[in-house]
Design a protein around this ligand. Structure first.
Ligand code: NAP
Length: 482
């Protein structure tokens, strides 16, 4: 299989917050990799912006160090690294002040794709957007990229959208959810809409239920204070898990164009039924003897923020009525795994006896740690001794199936190239973000009113006992984590 790299048009990309963690770990290494494979043209320019005062040489030297640390190909590609650095410039700009903007304006070239990546705190989004307009830096074609968290409830998301829309039109705004940049997530769309095999089965008649799990083995060490203000519901469910749910449940769009895809995703969110508290389990990891507990990491020994959520969600539409979606995410679980499990119904008439541990057909779409697809199917157990059945998995790991061409492209680098190409398909539209908050808000409000606290669970476990019961009581079980 030949993977093709199609160079993008020359561009000016301004990265606000270029000295920050996200830019250093993801954005700059991603751009370097795109340069290395020949997708970033030599005329492209990356302009770093932050408040720190630095000369261009100092900036390039710091990016060199950053890439040697975070871009795994950098140490073996010293010459290419030097060429890449030549395409970098720096301007000191304080988002809240007047300095730096005229200099930035002068650096930008007319007639090229122009994009602004706001890798800064969300409270600066509106200010930077307004300054770009004030200083005539933004053109009607320029693009603006913003990072999560996109609000912490519906009202704040609406306010952020309003702030951005004062200066940019919706077709210029790229809201990143890096889960959408993952190869398997896009493969989910290919799997569903480029094959005739699955679509006839992709409904409540044939699908018993769907499980979406995003499990992390790490806790919140190091970022506990930040995390404690959000929790698993805001940090993961409202955005990443919701996106996975939408892509799994949505109707086929009429065309693979941004607004058709996003229209269908919004319809899924609008079809979600309110979730009863009895269908939600909140958890918080609690080390034995109090050691290594969430509360230690959060620096608050009375914190009631959830580090785990599991819930049963019903999509109230014709396709999915009667087929629940179970969502689960948490920190400090037994393994780092992200997957979507589509569990099919049993055959309508079984001519063989039930066998031990029978779970039924399932299609497992794995996002982490290795991207691929597994089909769980029933076969005859080999050998003599009568008709005994067993379940086996047909596994396709992309890395094995596609060889070097499956070299995982980081989600960020794909998404940045989509910005340059002007393709919004894998970015969240404003109404989509608001609809997701509109669904999450009542759950969060209920928690803030309630005196109940998250259920403790052991680090390294599969989460609280009640999360297992959420499926057990429906006669189902989670696929094991890891
Ligand atoms: P960070 O490490 O704190 O970096 C913030 C950057 O913003 C720095 O370059 C800082 O440089 C610059 N900055 C701060 N105030 C400024 C101002 N007034 N004017 C101009 N520049 C200013 O933050 P981060 O972790 O990179 O996160 C950036 C954004 O991405 C946030 O919205 C975050 O929520 C989001 N995000 C981050 C990650 C991640 O893995 N880090 C993941 C998902 C989303 P100076 O101090 O020199 O100005």
């Amino acid at each position: 299989m030949v993977s093709r790299v199609i160079p993008v048009d020359p561009f000016d990309l301004v990265i606000f917050g270029v000295t920050g963690d996200l830019a250093r770990r993801k954005i700059l290494p991603g751009l370097f990799h795109r340069f290395l494979v020949g997708q970033m043209p030599q005329e492209a320019r990356i302009i770093g912006a932050a408040r720190s005062k630095m000369t261009e040489e100092e900036f390039r030297a710091s990016v060199r160090d950053t890439l040697l640390e975070f871009a795994k190909e950098a140490p073996d590609n010293a010459e290419t690294l030097d060429l890449f650095l030549e395409q970098l410039s720096y301007v000191a700009v304080d988002a809240t002040g007047a300095g730096g903007w005229p200099e930035l304006a002068k650096m930008l070239r007319p007639g090229l794709v122009r994009a602004f990546y706001l890798s800064v705190s969300p409270n600066l989004f509106g200010t930077i957007a307004a300054k770009l307009n004030e200083h005539d830096i933004a053109t009607p074609e320029s693009r603006i990229v913003v990072e999560k968290p996109f609000g912490h409830d519906l009202a704040s998301a609406q306010a952020l959208n309003a702030d951005l829309r004062r200066s940019f039109a919706e077709h210029q705004i790229y809201r990143i959810d890096h889960y959408l940049g993952k190869e398997t997530v896009q493969n989910l769309m290919a799997l569903r809409f480029a094959n005739s095999l699955w679509e006839p089965l992709w409904n409540a008649t044939h699908v018993d239920h769907v499980q979406i799990t995003v499990a992390e083995s790490l806790g919140v060490e190091g970022r506990g204070e930040y995390y404690d203000k959000s929790g698993a519901m805001r940090d993961m469910v409202q955005n990443h898990l919701m996106q996975l749910l939408c892509l799994t449940a949505m109707e086929p769009p009429s065309r693979f164009v941004p607004n058709s895809v996003r229209d269908e995703k919004v319809k899924v969110i609008e079809a979600l039924e309110p979730v009863a508290q009895s269908d939600i389990v909140r958890g918080q990891y609690r080390g034995r003897d109090g050691e290594g507990s969430y509360r230690d990491h959060a620096g608050d020994d009375a914190s009631t923020t959830e580090s785990f959520v599991a819930m049963k969600v019903n999509v109230g539409n014709w396709r999915w009525a009667g087929t629940p979606f179970y969502l689960r995410t948490g920190k400090k679980l037994r393994a780092r795994t992200s997957e979507i499990v589509v569990v099919f119904r049993d055959p309508p008439h079984m001519i063989f006896p039930k066998f031990d541990n029978q779970r039924g057909n399932a299609l497992i779409i794995r996002l982490q740690p290795d991207e691929g697809i597994t089909l769980r199917t029933t076969i005859k157990e080999p050998g003599p001794g009568g008709m005994r059945l067993a379940e086996v998995t047909l596994d396709m790991t992309f890395a094995e199936a596609l060889g070097e061409h499956a070299a995982p492209q980081d989600a960020y680098e794909r998404l940045i190239m989509d910005v340059i190409r002007g393709d919004q398909t894998l970015f969240m539209r404003g109404d989509e973000v608001e609809a997701a908050w509109g669904w999450a808000d009542p759950i969060l409000d209920e928690w803030s009113r309630s005196s109940t606290t998250p259920e403790p669970y052991d680090p390294g476990s599969s989460g609280p006992e009640d999360a297992l019961m959420l499926l057990h009581r429906d006669g189902r079980r989670w696929r094991e984590i890891g």
